[in-house]
Design a protein. Structure first.
Length: 75
């Protein structure tokens, strides 16, 4: 469990809520196909941030933070 000093917070502007979701994305004009950048989202902002990335064709995956942290090392 994260302590307050290293809590993982939502990436939405101005949000200080704890992150629950990882939104993995990639800008194909800038990144190699296997590269994954991440945004973090609370329950309230998951859909908004996902839609923002998806409209641009960047969204690759949305997974719960616990699953992301337990997964094998990513590229």
């Amino acid at each position: 469990m994260n302590s307050p000093e290293n809590a993982v917070i939502c990436s939405a502007k101005g949000c200080r809520a704890a992150a629950v979701w990882v939104l993995a994305w990639n800008n194909p004009k800038l990144h190699t196909p296997e590269r994954r950048k991440t945004w973090l989202a609370c329950d309230e902002h998951r859909e908004h941030l996902s839609n923002f990335l998806d409209l641009r064709g960047f969204l690759k995956d949305v997974v719960r933070l616990e699953e992301w942290e337990e997964a094998p090392t990513r590229p």
